[in-house]
Design a binder for this molecule. Structure first.
Ligand SMILES: *Cc1c(COP(=O)(O)O)cnc(C)c1O
Length: 380
């Protein structure tokens, strides 16, 4: 058999004739970091400390793997498009009606669906900088313009500036608390102050991807918002503390069924696959595994923060599974040196924050590698 000739691409002619959505064509790329294969190639290390994506170094609950093996997963069937079992389990856990919960292919998909369902060309959106990339990218894709409120000099939320930006009446506010990439969480009174600034016509989206890692006295967004009278969505995910990043499952808790209906209409119908639905229900049933993992990671986080401070690298206060700090050098150079020691981290690339580095808390041995490699750089 002879090989069939390859089709020769002619991108110039094809793209000259094709009209594309200019909002999408102009989007900045999402900074998803380096592939494992490339990191291995560049570093010469096979055994990498993967501290770039805020994954759970403890893995996931053994009960999840057991449920995937024995839980009736049928790859040849379309899974329940309404995610009924998962939404009912969440409704019972959270004390809300299942009708206000929408499950997503990761909470990222919910950010996309909110943007598609709520925003139109010219809509205004408010978020923060440094920002979680999709809080900007998805609104831009919908043709909105995005105002980013910078963090304060001591790496906190600028409450006065946020209050003013929210009171100006944007169509959507996207805030993560605890804040990715910085780390702090809004306290109860700060959250109340921002909620009080929301005007009719604004949807307040509180992204609580790191909720499980927050301090015991941090506010629960659902509790704080449920009787606020404003239009809101709280986002949570199974990707971080529950350790299911690769399966893709998160959810939106909405202020009312009409917002849930619009988000549902804006997503794809079979968005959460069957394995993810089974795994998420099993993960909820083994909360003890998750809380033990969170406790280990929080104590490692405090140990790493102390070691960094000992080198003069003062990380922002963190209620998450990562630390964010100013290296006072181009952080991509620091990251490249860490990679030579087999450690992958995230050098921040947003304008004004190119000296900052975000490092995920890993297993104790990975954290020791990070500390040793940074000590070498600081000394050198
Ligand atoms: C990691 C993260 C997410 C989400 O992830 P999914 O894996 O899509 O659920 C959402 N928001 C923030 C702020 C995150 O850091």
């Amino acid at each position: 058999m002879t090989a069939s000739p390859k089709i020769q691409p002619n991108p110039g002619a094809a793209s000259a004739a094709l009209m594309v959505n200019p909002n999408v064509a102009a989007l900045p790329a999402y900074n998803a970091g380096m592939s494992l294969a490339r990191a291995r190639l560049l570093s010469g290390h096979d055994d990498l400390a993967r501290l770039a994506s805020n994954e759970n170094p403890d893995g996931c609950a053994p009960a999840v793997l057991a449920a995937l093996a024995n839980g009736g997963f049928e790859p040849w069937r379309y899974a329940d498009p309404a995610c009924t079992a998962l939404r009912e389990a969440l409704a019972a856990r959270l004390g809300v009606d299942a009708g206000v919960i929408v499950a997503g292919n990761g909470s990222e998909e919910m950010i996309a669906a909110i943007s598609r369902g709520v925003l139109v060309a010219g809509s205004q959106v408010v978020t923060v900088v440094p920002s979680f990339g999709l809080h900007e990218i998805e609104p831009l894709a919908a043709g909105a313009s995005v105002l980013k409120v910078p963090m304060t000099v001591d790496a906190g939320f600028d409450l006065a500036a946020l209050e003013a930006a929210i009171a100006a009446g944007p169509r959507v506010v996207f805030l993560s608390s605890p804040w990715n990439p910085v780390g702090p969480a809004l306290d109860k009174s700060a959250l109340q102050r921002l909620i009080a600034a929301v005007r009719p016509g604004t949807l307040f989206v509180l992204d609580e991807a790191y909720f499980e890692y927050a301090d015991a006295d941090a506010p629960d967004g659902i509790e704080s918002l449920r009787n606020s009278g404003i239009a809101f969505v709280v986002l949570r995910t199974f990707s971080k503390a529950y350790g299911l990043a690769g399966l893709r499952v998160g959810y939106a808790v909405c202020s009312d069924p009409e917002i849930a209906r619009v988000i549902t209409a804006a997503k794809t119908p079979f968005n959460v696959n069957g394995a993810a639905q089974i795994a998420a229900v099993a993960a909820l049933e083994d909360e003890a595994w998750m809380t033990a993992s969170v406790a280990r990671i929080r104590s490692e986080r405090d140990r790493v923060a102390l070691a960094l401070a000992g080198m003069g690298l003062h990380a922002a206060a963190s209620q998450t599974n990562f630390l964010f700090f100013d290296t006072r050098h181009d952080s991509s150079i620091v990251a490249a040196a860490l990679l030579q020691d087999g450690i992958i981290v995230k050098a921040w690339r947003e304008l004004g924050y190119e000296t900052w580095l975000r490092v995920t808390i890993g297993k104790p041995a990975d954290n020791d590698r990070l500390i040793a490699s940074l000590q070498k750089q600081v000394a050198g």
